[in-house]
Design a protein around this ligand. Sequence first.
Ligand code: PEP
Ligand code: MG
Length: 566
Amino acid sequence: MIKLTGVAASPGIAIGEVLLLEEELSYDKVKVEDIAEEKDRLKEALLASKEQLIAIKKKVEEEMGSDKAEIFQAHLMVLDDPELTSAIENKLEAEAINVEAALEEAIEGFASMFANMDDDYMKERASDIRDVGDRILRNLLGVEAQSLAQLEREVILIADDLTPSDTAQVDKEQVLGFATKIGGRTSHTAIMARSLGIPAVVGAKEILEAVETGTTVIVDGIAGVVIVDPTEEQLTEYQQKLADYQKRQEKLAELKDLPAETEDGHRVELAANIGTPADVTSALENGAEGIGLYRSEFLYMDRDSLPTEEEQFEAYKEVAERIDGPTVIRTLDIGGDKELPYLDLPDEMNPFLGYRAIRISLERVDIFKTQLRAILRASKYGQVKIMYPMISSLEELQAANQILAEVKEDLTKEGVEFNSELEVGMMIEVPAAAMIADLLAKEVDFFSIGTNDLIQYTTATDRMNEQVADLYQPFHPAVLRLIKRVVEAAHKHDSWVGMCGEMAGDRRLAPFLVGIGLDEFSMSAVSIAEVKEVIRSLTLQQAEEVVDQVLALSTAKQIEDLLAKY
Ligand code: PEP
Ligand code: MG
């Protein structure tokens, strides 16, 4: 028995036999005489790759929806990138090597550039580039990819990394789970596994050495553990866990279309946080009533120039059209841990306290206006709302609103339609904003409390720093008091108030948040049913009593212990 730990990428438990996806692509790097012939081979391989990608894209579009097919659009863009072709051709000419070697070196050059970026999201894009490189190489070598579409038996896929092309073809009936050597929570393997509902662990470093095809393994996608050659006791234990998990999922699934209301009829809204239009599918499947946070910055990432107004409009419109309820689009929240290499942001000592989010938008009014135009235009297609990130003073809010007013005026002059009644809100993620929520509430229609940042700024604890992770306390009385204050200030001024930080999806906090009167909870789609279950199991009065008990306590530990009981 060997127990390996990795990253819990997609919840669930799988027990079964391994299908090891091995890389059998090999060739020798050799000198060549006829460079023109290598160039021709490259052209043919590129063409074949393109045809395959178009076919896969079409298949995925038909079977899984257009959002899942976006990855293949990105692959086609990599394939069509003239920089890639010329990098390969330059190598051919300069080194007179075979095209396989030139291709691999060029791909590695591009991929490692992405892999070395600080940002997790950008890092993951390296695997897209390698995936495309692999496809071209297979075509050069005439090696067919292992088909995952028609497997004869149930298996657990184990691989170095599962490429999007692999996962897109996966036969859901036969693939019980995944485990890979590389990847993080935002890797495509993880994203695809979550949307397919297949348990997965990524980043299990020693996995390839530990298994071969046919080995029995347990993939625990909740704990992020892979057990190779489990003992009899472990098998029994995990079979029970699997049965319990399935029962629980069935129970939660029954809540999907039920309202999020307390036993005595106090109703709140449960919404989902999304990063791209592709996440809408999972939001809908999990019963989200709206999108409480659309992190628009993902549209700006993984590319080398700003997205145009038209591109943004299309993305916002797609989400607005697919969601019956509200779609809260947050304006660009870049800086901090999210970089945009093409904007050339300064290196800073304290990026989270520096030039980020609304601070950039207010200075780069050109970028801000383009985004506001796109959002306003999309407002015709659904219940679109605008939300500013990181506001820390009244002046900032007023300046943002002033720019919004100018954009509206421009659109009106141009005769472009938009919803002139569209609601405007701001995130409360800075303690200064929480303290003057009463003043800010007069200028907006709603607040959404961004607890991920609010906790870090309130407790002076870097949200990314493992070493001080213990001090990053959602249950800290200061954090809870600030949140309550914000809700009260908003209600006093007839604004509604939501929460889109991770705290909103923590079932333990649901009674407290209902009790203080939070109107909307926005979270990762997979948490919605659990939070709904808690809300539906209590009365408003019970929730209010929890608030009194919480506020009487003095430490995060005491509060956490109390809330764990509900
Ligand atoms: C937050 O800070 O709580 C939030 C939702 O924003 P982000 O996690 O994108 O910083
Ligand atoms: Mg934030």
